[in-house]
Design a protein around this ligand. Sequence first.
Ligand code: PRP
Length: 542
Amino acid sequence: MNNFDLITPEGMRDFLFDECSRLRETETAVREIFETAGFREIITPALEFFDVFDRKSRCFPQENFYKSTDDKGRILVVRPDSTMPIARIAATRLKDEPKPLKLFYSQIVYRNNPQKRRRNDEIKQMGIELIGDGSAQCDIDVVTLALKVLEIAVKNGKRALIEIGDSGITRCLLDKLNISEYMRETILDLLETKNTPELHELIRVYDLPENEYVKLLRIMPRLFGDESVFEKAAEIVSDKELIVKISALKKFIEEIKSKSEKIEITVDLGFVNKINYYTGFVLRGYIENCGEPVISGGRYDKLLAEYGGDSPAVGFAVDVDLLTAAVNAESVSKRPLRIALTKGRLEHKTVDILEKLGFDVSEIHNKGRKLILEVKKNDTVFEVVLCKSPDVITYVDNGVCDIGVVGKDTISEHGGKFYELLDLRFGKCRFALCGKTGENFYSGINVKTIATKYPNVSRRFFESKGMDVDIVKIEGSVELAPLIGLSDAIVDIVETGKTLDENGLEIYETVQQLSARLIANRVSLKTNRRDIGELIKNLESV
Ligand code: PRP
């Protein structure tokens, strides 16, 4: 019997007593900041027509919406975002109101996040939208307000930083590359995840000419941190349009720096946001040990036009749950950088490399049943956590581990919201479609059955071919499935090819090349950028 009358749906939860008062305290503090700055509250309905979010900017994949229908069968969506409903109101009921409109909201957004991984689908957000002022001063005022929100955490002893980028820089760079829409999307995805290895592979495969634009693109994922990134960019860029945009960002950041002594201001030149309605500066606010950005926003001058209005606009949203958790978390002394290692072959290879780099890894060699181990070199100490490959992603995603070593096979199957920084070039193998030797897999009219440990990878592979298949999940020794008649073929890892050979099977097609990757939590990379940067440099040297 299922006790659905006793439990909450996945992704939802109850808040009791102290949790509520802590949330309300944060809300009151943020509300005071917004109201003092002259913003007025609006509330939008929880249910909107699907069309409000189905815009050109395609901010949210529709599988992330909670949907329903009204009594006329029209599709409704539980709001996944507040900016778009507010853009709808600004372009309609508020269109003749004197500008600028200074609006704020405090409401829950709902995003269906199938992977869960400890994240709620109900996100309490507070935010501002400033509509009808396109000036540089307005941008500065908005960032200053975001700084004030982060100061709530700083007052409670936490370290916070604000990172600023300009969505126009990547857009301008991509325009100069003269590439297809598909490739543009692919590059944006790779920049968003700071996936240097695949970005370089893409440049190689498509044989992009090694001009200044491609040179800049290559280092774009690493152009974040202090002002030195502007010097690095200047060494490459001679294009006037790009120089103007980069210099404007530099000036903007200098101005912001004079507004706060308590919060570090950093830059990310390769800043890309999946929510692609941003047209100008973009910002993210981070609090140390908080696995996800607490604030995100920027300038979005074209969004209102999608609703029939036409006004410049700028705003940001605060994740109230995260801010509350950060404010109330006990201040712990800074822990060592924590690395999640995939147990087994990848663990041994990584430990070999750390040893080559001069680290004392004796605790790992003599680990016994211990799960958290230390490796040291002079003053540098890392904590190493040994776990199964999907757990590496879960720990890094949640920010309880800063970086991780995991196979691309696990990344492709499980996905996540981390940065993929380095191809470690060991653990090389591939995903392949395999079956009985000599058979023609693609012949006949029957829907084929595929056995695999990697259903998501397999589904995407056949979707890209426009081919219907039945996928059966198998936990190990997948090669058995076609041999004993469960499937027509398998999608599995092939390393030496020995298992296939010894069982009368062969590769029909390679699906994807694989190797071990270094991944990092999105907040840790920014708050520990020197330690992680140093480690990457060392890893690259071997
Ligand atoms: C992997 C993979 C293949 C085999 C391929 O299995 O699933 O079965 O290795 O290696 P080869 O090409 O060098 O023969 P693993 O050893 O991880 O065990 P499993 O099949 O039980 O998952």
